[in-house]
Design a protein around this ligand. Structure first.
Ligand code: F6P
Length: 549
């Protein structure tokens, strides 16, 4: 495959970037009164306003030429068709099958996977109904009041995001907790207020070998047995979500309490699978299926809409533009919705584990930058922390602002304060403030000319900072499904443009291996000399301090 920078469309974009890089959003809006109409699109109830980006119609045409030259449409079909596009792991990438219409077959290696998907959904429905109704009890016959999900990465972030986002739809009789960190404090503090008789543990791990999850699951098991003192209790208090049936049964979880998924579901794309069980327990299976329906709508839009109005494609190509031609290293996500506060963390894994790559699919180094650093924070908190850097710092930080028309609460006035802040930020970022307005304000405050001249550079708002704004009617299971699938497909399209495999994550392996070796050394308690001088010294110093009485 031709290197990215060797493509005709890339070179055309490079020339266009040179010619237009100084254009200011204020000027672009002045020149075109229809700019919002031209650069906004809607799908599945979600409005994307991308008019506050540093693009013209020509930029977008060139970006879509690039998408076509990189064969995005063909790759999209290969994904939906179940081809093994995860080359290094020889796997299909079919999280879309988990939310596909049950009557339409989706085949992997010649086998229709939809009956298995339907079977697990039915198993999830039976189980969640039983737990939520109180029919499923703990070992001593008490109703389950607390669910603790033990998982990490994709086996934590997706369900945690959705469970938190959908709190207004949740059963208040069942509290969901998430333990991920190997730091025992996480489990200990979570369990402290809970009763083993009324707690259900979900051990969520695709591989069922992940150190953090297996260690924490064992800790939870010990906690339960310490108080219930009967091994049979494990069957009433532990269920597993995994692809690894053997390891699950070895742990002592009954086969009927295992909810299966498959190797064609990537960890960071797994909340739609059995990994979504805590979501279903919290909000009920009907709401979980609404979330799947929202994602399905976005899948259909992504698969069929022309590139010109295709929301994931547009967002992806805007990101390519800033990373490729403006040296933008990061991308901020600002949900103006407290219920979406986990979204930046969730998108960190989705985007950075997928596209944080430096080799192409064929193993050659990529030419240019790939996935950005994803960061952000919910609501107005960021305004009082890091927005200063976005407004007046030296870096270009494209950002997504997300908001809903309806609040989950009746405090409309306060919701409007929230939304005003969101809109004000995108306005300020795009247009900044004219020097003349700053000067007039300072003069009105009685400052003399020298003082005005001295202050002006510090008070200057240059603007021209690009943003997308995403507007939903309200945050509910359906719109959440739409939103998450939008980002999944955006990441997919960018991976195709950069020609990387977005579905493996070899970069997480080395640290895991080294940690196991170091763990043995720490346990032996003997000074070490086999590492570099820094690591040796730190291990030895740690041991010295640890064993000091
Ligand atoms: O961090 C690496 C990773 O493999 C993620 O991709 C995955 O989501 C996470 O670990 C957890 O893996 P598992 O579900 O197998 O425990």
């Amino acid at each position: 495959m031709v290197d990215l920078t060797g493509l005709q469309s890339w070179q055309a974009l490079a020339r266009h970037a040179r010619d237009t890089s100084q254009e200011h959003l204020s000027e672009l809006f002045r020149q075109d009164t229809q700019r919002y109409q031209r650069f906004s699109a809607e799908a599945c109830g979600l409005l994307l306003d991308y008019s506050k980006n540093r693009v013209t119609q020509e930029t977008l045409n060139l970006l879509l030429d690039l998408a076509r030259e990189r064969d995005v449409e063909a790759w999209r079909e290969r994904m939906f068709a179940g081809e093994p596009i995860n080359l290094t792991e020889h796997r299909a990438v079919l999280h879309t099958a988990l939310r596909a219409h049950p009557d339409r077959p989706v085949t992997v290696s010649g086998e229709d996977v939809m009956p298995a998907v339907a079977r697990v959904l039915a198993q999830m429905r039976r189980f969640t109904d039983a737990v939520r109704s109180g029919e499923w009890t703990g070992y001593t016959g008490k109703r389950i009041t607390d669910v603790v999900n033990i998982g990490i990465g994709g086996s934590d972030l997706g369900p945690r995001l959705a469970t938190e986002a959908l709190i207004p739809f949740a059963s208040r009789q069942l509290r969901c907790h998430f333990v991920s960190n190997i730091d025992p404090s996480h489990m200990i503090e979570t369990l402290a207020p809970l009763s083993p008789e009324t707690t259900l543990f979900i051990v969520a791990s695709k591989t069922f070998t992940t150190q953090e999850t297996m260690t924490n699951a064992q800790l939870a098991r010990d906690w339960l047995l310490k108080q219930v003192a009967d091994e049979r209790a494990v069957a009433r208090h532990f269920v597993a979500l995994s692809t690894n049936a053997d390891a699950v049964s070895e742990f002592g979880i009954l086969p009927e309490n295992m909810f299966e998924f498959w190797d064609w579901v990537g960890g960071r794309y797994s909340l739609w699978s059995a990994i979504g069980l805590p979501i279903a327990l919290s909000v009920g299976m009907d709401n979980f299926e609404q979330m799947l329906a929202g994602a399905r709508c976005m899948d259909e839009h992504f698969r069929s809409a022309p590139l010109e109005t295709n929301l994931p494609v547009i967002m992806a190509m805007l990101g390519i533009w800033y990373i490729g031609f403006f040296d933008a290293h990061s991308h901020a996500v600002m949900p103006y919705d407290q219920y979406l506060r986990i979204l930046p963390a969730y998108l960190q894994q989705l985007d950075m584990e997928s596209n944080g790559k430096s080799v192409c699919r064929d193993g050659r180094p990529v030419d240019g930058s790939t996935g950005p650093i994803i960061w952000g924070q919910a609501g107005t908190n960021g305004q009082h922390a890091f927005y200063q850097l976005i407004h007046q710092g030296t870096r270009l930080i494209p950002a997504d602002f997300i908001m809903s028309a309806h609040s989950q609460h009746e405090l409309e006035h306060q919701h409007e304060q929230l939304i005003s802040n969101c809109l004000a930020q995108t306005e300020a970022l795009a247009f900044g403030r004219e020097d003349s307005a700053i000067v007039a304000e300072l003069e009105q405050q009685g400052l003399d000319a020298d003082a005005v001249a001295a202050l002006l550079p510090h008070k200057r708002f240059a603007g021209n900072h690009p943003t997308n704004t995403i507007l939903m009617d309200e945050l509910n299971p359906y719109s959440l499904g739409v939103l998450i699938a939008l980002y999944e497909h955006k990441v997919f399209v960018q991976g195709i443009i950069w020609n990387v495999n977005s579905f493996d994550q070899w970069g997480v392996e080395l640290g895991k291996k080294l940690a196991l070796a170091i763990q043995d050394e720490l346990q032996s308690g003997k000074p070490v000399s086999t590492h570099d001088s820094s690591t040796n010294a730190l291990i030895n110093e740690y041991l010295k301090r640890r064993h000091k009485s």
